[in-house]
Ligand binder design. Structure first.
Ligand SMILES: Nc1ncnc2c1ncn2[C@@H]1O[C@H](COP(=O)(O)OP(=O)(O)O)[C@@H](O)[C@H]1O
Ligand SMILES: [Mg+2]
Length: 661
């Protein structure tokens, strides 16, 4: 289903780049975040609140710890030791203050402090574990759902996107999302909680100094917002450029041979350079902004020490209420605890934007309309009743019937599955605005062989795509055994057909499993029988482990012809009444061609066959030959009739061309 070059180049670039990537607006971001949280809460309904509580304890411990050091150890005990008065006025700290006097009291205070820090360590440990469980679990769930949904999508979805771009959803986008859930989100929440707790601690200690820190924090925040608003578009651009680059690489890997043979290496490199430059541009810009931010904010919080020191000293000299050395010291700690989260948040905002952009891509795939299937006619195993009509059978009979329940509930019909195919006035276009097929009408009786010939792009493959319902027709009717295909469940419809294409798709599995791909219940004997029928048995026997030889996805180690023989055996193994052969022998070396041809002839027997072929001999003895041109059937008839008519077919034939397709 490869698109022509003109189609690819004329496609609006956003389609090539993975289907209408919208801009991430604030509203959109909120919607995505909400959806994400919903997914997470449905998976971890109590774990998430628990993690939040533990996080709260963690930040609380940090703040109380720093208050303790500054105010109880220095402000209270050190003051007492130096003969000053205790500076503590904070009611919370007064409650925590040990009852004992100086030497013993200090020991107890330090022990309490140790206890508080230990709680901090334990809670950090637990919430890290919990968030990583939640992050990984959500990632797995999303991966599952994306894959499941992807399998339900119609072919048209894949037509408009590069494979690499779709791959990039699994690799980049889902990974960024995991990063966000297990690292960024907890950090953000932790930061916010810490800021709130610190703010309360500061207000309880000295509102003047608290205001100083708050003002300072505000300035930092403004800087952060300015910088992140500048950089968000670069982060989104980076994610998009990654998808495009992945798509390109994937295409270049699968096209290696063509690239080499057409000496296209330089052009391929140039194309890559362009994408790579773009990626580099975005990542550099994005990184520059986020790299600047950290150090700047960090150094600004050093400046905060100075400001606190100056204001504190001034207040101390002027005997402002509640300001003492201990308070000033504890404000150094608290000021840092307050501005650090701002820096952390600022570092993560971009990650968040990026993850949300990724989530948008993920949800876009999940929301793509799946292949619809309103079919209700199914296939059942059947046996004959006294009058030869099919009735359902529980045991294996080897015969199949269509089970056709009447929609008005008046009963169920059973019809033998025979492989009769009729098309009436079928119109079709891959895009609604551009019809590819016009008024296609054809009849194939069970066991008949129908051949399509015509120039490339005439629509031969398209006709066969419609029989499978890979695409739905715009107008007209397609009937199998006199049942409208729209009424047949797709799964059952596709079971009646096997397809052998020019390009062979083998999967990473043994030869045996590749052959029984369409019929997983097939026994080893059935597999071997199918292979013998397809003429594949002999060469399979010669493989190192015979039928148990592992093949890889690309089918490396086998010749094109051998791969094709396995594909034919696979078709034979499903034993379908209808067979579609689309240029199955076109890319085969002449040594194997004969073998393949014999294999194909063998499995065509007794089936309704649609064959698209280059070779005249394959076409010649078909029951009927359809000559297609620009999506219309311009001639039809048997070989002899068409020759006698002296039309297009005659020209092709007498033009001395072997190639008809
Ligand atoms: N997946 C697709 N999306 C859009 N257009 C397609 C697709 N597949 C084929 N076409 C177009 O439909 C027309 C018929 O193609 P096809 O049936 O593959 O021709 P043939 O098999 O006769 O060579 C061509 O113009 C082709 O560009
Ligand atoms: Mg074709």
């Amino acid at each position: 289903m490869k698109r022509s070059w003109e189609e690819v180049t004329s496609m609006p670039s956003k389609m090539k780049r993975g289907g209408g990537r919208r801009r991430l607006t604030g509203k959109e971001a909120a919607r995505i975040l909400k959806r994400l949280l919903k997914t997470m809460f449905s998976l971890y309904p109590w774990q998430i609140p628990l993690a939040l509580i533990v996080m709260f304890i963690n930040s609380g411990a940090a703040v109380i710890g720093s208050l303790f050091t500054g105010q109880i150890v220095i402000g209270h005990y050190l003051s007492l030791a130096l003969g000053h008065q205790s500076e503590i006025t904070n009611p919370l700290l007064l409650a925590l203050l040990p009852k004992q006097d100086f030497p013993e009291g200090l020991t107890v205070a330090i022990l309490i402090m140790a206890g508080i820090y230990l709680v901090g360590i334990a809670s950090a440990y637990f919430y890290q574990i919990m968030t990583s469980i939640i992050g990984q679990g959500t990632q797995k769930k999303i991966r599952d759902e994306v894959f499941m949904h992807m399998e339900s999508l119609p072919l048209s979805y894949f037509d408009s996107r590069t494979h690499g771009d779709i791959m990039s959803i699994y690799t980049n986008d889902i990974d960024t999302l995991r990063e966000m859930i297990s690292r960024v989100m907890p950090m953000l929440i932790n930061s916010l909680v810490t800021m709130a707790v610190v703010l309360i601690g500061m207000l309880l200690s000295s509102w003047v100094l608290a205001l100083v820190v708050l003002g300072f924090g505000l300035i930092i925040l403004l800087i952060v917002f300015y910088v992140t608003s500048q950089s968000a578009k670069f982060f989104i651009g980076q994610q998009r450029a990654l998808g495009a680059t992945d798509g390109y690489i994937e295409e270049m890997i699968s096209g290696q041979k063509v690239i080499k043979v057409f000496n296209h290496e330089e052009a391929a490199k140039e194309g890559f350079d362009k994408l790579n430059d773009e990626l580099c541009y975005y990542t550099t810009k994005a990184q520059r902004f986020s790299m600047i931010l950290g150090p700047v904010v960090n150094n600004m919080s050093n400046l905060l020490y100075v400001v606190i020191g100056v204001v504190g000293a001034y207040g101390y000299a002027n005997a402002w209420p509640t300001i003492g050395v201990g308070i000033i010291v504890s404000f150094f700690g608290m000021g840092r605890s307050f501005t650090m989260p701002i820096m952390q948040i600022s570092n993560q905002i971009n990650m968040l934007t990026m993850a949300l952009a990724g989530a948008q891509r993920i949800f876009e795939l999940m929301d793509a309309t799946p292949e619809t299937d309103e079919g209700y006619v199914t296939l059942v195993m059947a046996k004959e009743d006294e009058s030869g009509r099919p009735i359902p059978s529980d045991s294996f009979t080897g015969k199949w019937a269509w089970k056709h329940p009447h929609t008005d509930g008046s009963g169920t019909d059973y019809v033998w599955m025979k492989g009769k195919v009729n098309l009436y006035d079928v119109d079709f276009g891959y895009r609604p605005d551009k019809l590819v097929l016009h008024d296609i009408t054809l009849y194939a009786k069970p066991g008949q062989k129908v051949a399509f010939v015509g120039p490339t792009g005439a629509g031969k493959t398209t006709v066969t795509n419609l029989l499978n319902r890979f695409y739905d027709i715009a107008d007209g009717k397609i009937r199998i055994d006199d049942i409208n295909v729209n009424k047949i469940k797709k799964h059952d419809l596709r079971r009646t057909m096997a397809v052998v294409l020019q390009e062979t798709n083998l999967f990473t599995a043994t030869v045996k499993d590749n052959i029984r791909y369409g019929n997983p219940e097939a026994t080893d004997e059935e597999v071997i029988q199918a292979a013998k029928l397809a003429n594949a048995h002999n060469f399979i026997e010669m493989l190192p482990q015979g039928y148990d030889t592992m093949l890889d996805g690309a089918g490396a180690g086998l010749s094109q012809g051998q791969r094709q023989l396995i594909s034919i055996a696979r078709a034979a193994c499903t034993n379908p009444p209808i067979l579609i052969l689309d240029e199955a022998t076109s890319s085969i070396d002449s040594r194997t061609e004969k073998l393949v041809q014999q294999g194909m002839d063998a499995i065509m027997k007794g089936r309704t066959v649609f064959v698209i072929a280059h070779r005249l001999s394959t076409v010649k003895n078909s029951d009927v030959i359809m000559v297609l041109e620009s999506g219309r059937i311009i001639e039809r008839g048997s070989h002899d009739e068409l020759i006698a008519a002296k039309g297009k077919y005659y020209q092709l034939y007498t033009g001395g061309k072997e190639d008809l397709a």
